[in-house]
Design a protein around this ligand. Structure first.
Ligand code: IVH
Length: 715
């Protein structure tokens, strides 16, 4: 199995900690230790008390690692109140305090498989002489759920108290809120004879990804700031003064261990008090969700394999995991190993590479798209997130920038998870330079200097000059794209060259290019010029659907283009149709109808259409709809719905959609019982995937998708 990010080289968190240490060479160790403790206490309070961290987990881990290493090399600086020797943060006075019967500890981290194996080997060596270590030590591997730790106390089978971890000794009483979590039993489902007097269950409260996305959609609709990540929203949802608010958030729970167990019949050889694996079985019988990925591994090799598998499956899950927790299965051995004041020695957290980092937002710029839409984007100090370098990130529109209150010069949290598209989560307010001014959307287009206009009630801003060179470039490149007129060899760079040389001003000019002018351009020879002209020539016959996609009509992508072409005979008839006639077409709503009418009402667009007509571009005869006689065989996907999610290597989203439509199928944006198959690329949408799994819909990878396109068969 490939282990892309788990090489034995220096793990990035250590590199970060080492860099921070080397950047502070003049500081005496005692001063650096004090500074690190101050920073860690500050960030721990933001995370645990405010549910609003200001740095990424990875950077927090790096501070702790640097402090741990300094304390190890300067034992005289160690302290019982150091964050390396304590747990979490003090409980908030907003909740009644709860004393934990047994301390709720944290976990020590490892950041690579090598470190994990070293931990395991150390344990085995430590236990080699122990009478309990009859055979080699066995481990239980559990996904590390990114939520918040919870203690649930049951007395004679009834839930009486729920508390957060707090500082490990004292937590916060959140019983009323926890009672609103549907999956947490109010009564244990154990036979009366199996009920202990007291059973304390420990586990993680989390917010499923689909619920998180829905919650943030509602936040945005209400004009509220979105939550940074599922963990913060879960913690914020749970630590509410009003349980009715918690009840509205579909929180979930995984049980992962036992706390206090008093009285009753559970003690027994190999039973839940003797093995972690048996404790998990008991928890499932008692009515708790227990993570289905948990696996017992007898050997360290198996543990390493488990970690690699969990990392691979990370984004297939409907909840966030940030690593794997590895625990010694045998409780007697756990007792032998004991714990520090901070964490048990019998368990460790293998942390995945980070998907969130902080970096500098150097500038907010605006790019102009083919419909004239002006999209703000962030120019970032490049940072490696989830294995790739991120330097640019779309900020979507003016409201998004304002809601997140992003300013040039801010330190921002950048996230790249669940989706390959990087996202700027929000600013770190504490690091904001005093002179950072709120960002204003520019009033003029960076491409042509014309006005940028935002219509009432719309979130997007547009450059309304159809001759804007920035728009032209995008429009012509899109016209030539594979999902549109499919002109091979005509990418954005060449289009830029053609515009720069004054050879094309609009898409119709492509059909007037001549060999001599083309061959004279830098990088072109006679052969490549001829090839390009042949590709342009071939595109004349693509037909109405592709032409509609190619024309960059606002809201008209492959699906709508195919619906229009199926209902209307050719481009001229479409141009003559009224909004009312268009709205009557299946899948075409009022907004789309208005956009099509507005497109054909524009004098400039009509001129381009006339130029296309005189260039011999086909306006009707759609091959998606009416195959010519030699290809009249039934289309392989006729009447079938194929949903695409995630990034495919060989197709853009539009290309995949076009390929499905071209074969008679449909490609809607969501999964339903009618979906024929779901094609899954890298980083798919968790909601689509889990819906497909629930409904038992076939899930295809890219190779199976290609076979489906070719044969109409599910391999
Ligand atoms: S065991 C003494 N198991 O990770 C053992 N913790 O960084 C401590 N967590 O406070 C907990 N999934 O909130 C354990 N399967 C799992 C876990 C898990 C998530 C959290 C838990 C804990 C934190 C430590």
């Amino acid at each position: 199995m490939p282990e892309p990010t788990m090489s034995s080289g220096r793990p990035p968190v250590e590199a970060l900690a080492a860099r921070a240490a080397s950047e502070a060479p003049a500081t005496a160790p005692a001063d650096r230790v004090a500074e690190l403790r101050r920073q860690i206490a500050y960030h721990s309070a933001r995370y645990h008390q405010d549910d609003a961290p200001e740095i990424a987990d990875f950077e927090y881990d790096a501070l702790v690692l640097e402090l741990t290493e300094l304390e190890a090399s300067h034992p005289e600086l160690a302290s019982a109140v150091s964050p390396t020797a304590t747990v979490g943060a003090p409980p908030s006075p907003a909740f009644a305090p709860v004393q934990h019967a047994l301390r709720m500890l944290s976990l020590d981290n490892v950041f690579s498989v090598d470190e994990l194996t070293a931990w395991g080997v150390r344990l085995e060596r430590l236990l080699a002489g122990e009478p309990e270590a009859r055979s080699a030590v066995a481990f239980v591997c559990e996904p590390k759920i990114d939520g918040l730790a919870m203690s649930l106390r049951y007395e004679r089978g009834t839930l009486v108290r729920a508390a957060t971890r707090g500082d490990g000794t004292t937590g916060e009483d959140v019983t009323a809120n926890v009672r609103t979590i549907g999956v947490i039993p109010h009564e244990l489902t154990l036979p009366a004879t199996d009920l202990p007097e007291v059973l304390e269950v420990r586990g993680e409260v989390y917010l499923p990804l689909a619920a998180f996305e829905e919650l943030n959609r509602r936040q945005l609709e209400a004009g509220l700031r979105p939550f940074a990540n599922p963990r913060n929203s879960a913690a914020g949802s749970l630590r509410q003064k009003d349980p009715a608010v918690t009840a509205e958030r579909p929180l979930a729970f995984f049980a992962y261990g036992l706390g206090e167990v008093r009285g009753g019949p559970l003690a027994g050889r190999g039973g839940p008090l003797e093995r972690q694996s048996a404790a998990l079985e008991l928890l499932a019988r008692a009515g708790f969700p227990v993570n289905p990925m948990i696996r017992r591994e007898a050997e360290l090799d198996g543990v390493a394999r488990y970690c690699a598998e969990a990392l691979e499956r990370r984004h297939d899950l409907d909840y966030e995991i940030d690593g794997v927790v590895v625990k010694v299965d045998d409780v007697a051995l756990q007792r032998r190993l004991g714990a520090t004041s901070h964490a048990p020695r019998w368990a460790v957290a293998y942390k995945f590479p980070p998907e969130e980092r902080t970096t500098l937002l150097k500038q907010i710029l605006v790019s102009i798209g083919r419909t004239g839409r002006a999209t703000p984007f962030a120019a970032l100090e490049p940072v490696v997130v989830a294995g790739s370098t991120v330097g640019l990130a779309s900020l979507h529109n003016e409201d998004q920038v304002a809601l997140k209150d992003l300013r040039e010069g801010d330190t921002v949290i950048v996230r790249k998870a669940g989706d390959v598209i990087p996202e700027v989560v929000g600013p770190v307010l504490a690091a904001r330079p005093p002179d950072a001014a709120p960002w204003r959307f520019p009033t003029t287009c960076p491409g042509c200097g014309g006005p940028l206009v935002r219509l009432e009630g719309e979130s997007d801003t547009f450059c309304i000059n159809v001759d804007c060179p920035a728009q032209q470039l995008q429009r012509i490149a899109h016209f030539a794209a594979r999902s549109a007129m499919d002109i091979e060899g005509l990418g954005e760079m060449r289009v830029g060259q053609l515009i720069g040389a004054g050879l094309v001003h609009d898409v119709a000019d492509l059909y007037r290019l001549d060999l001599e002018a083309l061959a004279a351009l830098e990088g072109f020879g006679e052969v490549s010029a001829r090839n390009l002209l042949a590709a342009i020539d071939a595109s004349r016959a693509r037909g109405m659907t592709r032409l509609l996609v190619a024309l960059s009509i606002h809201h008209v992508g492959p699906t709508i283009a195919a619906a229009l072409a199926a209902a209307i005979v050719d481009l001229d008839a479409l141009g003559a149709a009224s909004e009312e006639q268009l709205s009557a077409i299946d899948q075409v709503g009022g907004t789309i109808a208005a956009s099509v009418v507005a497109f054909f009402a524009s004098e400039r667009n009509r001129q381009v259409i006339e130029k296309l007509r005189s260039a011999g571009v086909a306006f009707g005869s759609d091959r998606y709809r009416s195959p010519t006689s030699e290809e009249a065989a039934p289309l392989p996907l006729a009447g079938r719905s194929v949903v695409v999610t995630g990034t495919l290597e060989g197709f853009s989203r539009e290309e995949a959609e076009a390929a499905i439509l071209e074969r008679g199928g449909k490609s809607p944006g969501s999964v339903s019982a009618k979906t024929f198959a779901v094609v899954v690329g890298a980083e798919p949408g968790a909601a689509k995937l889990s819906k497909a799994e629930q409904l038992g819909i076939p899930i295809l990878d890219e190779a199976a998708f290609r076979r489906l396109l070719a044969t109409g068969e599910l391999a």
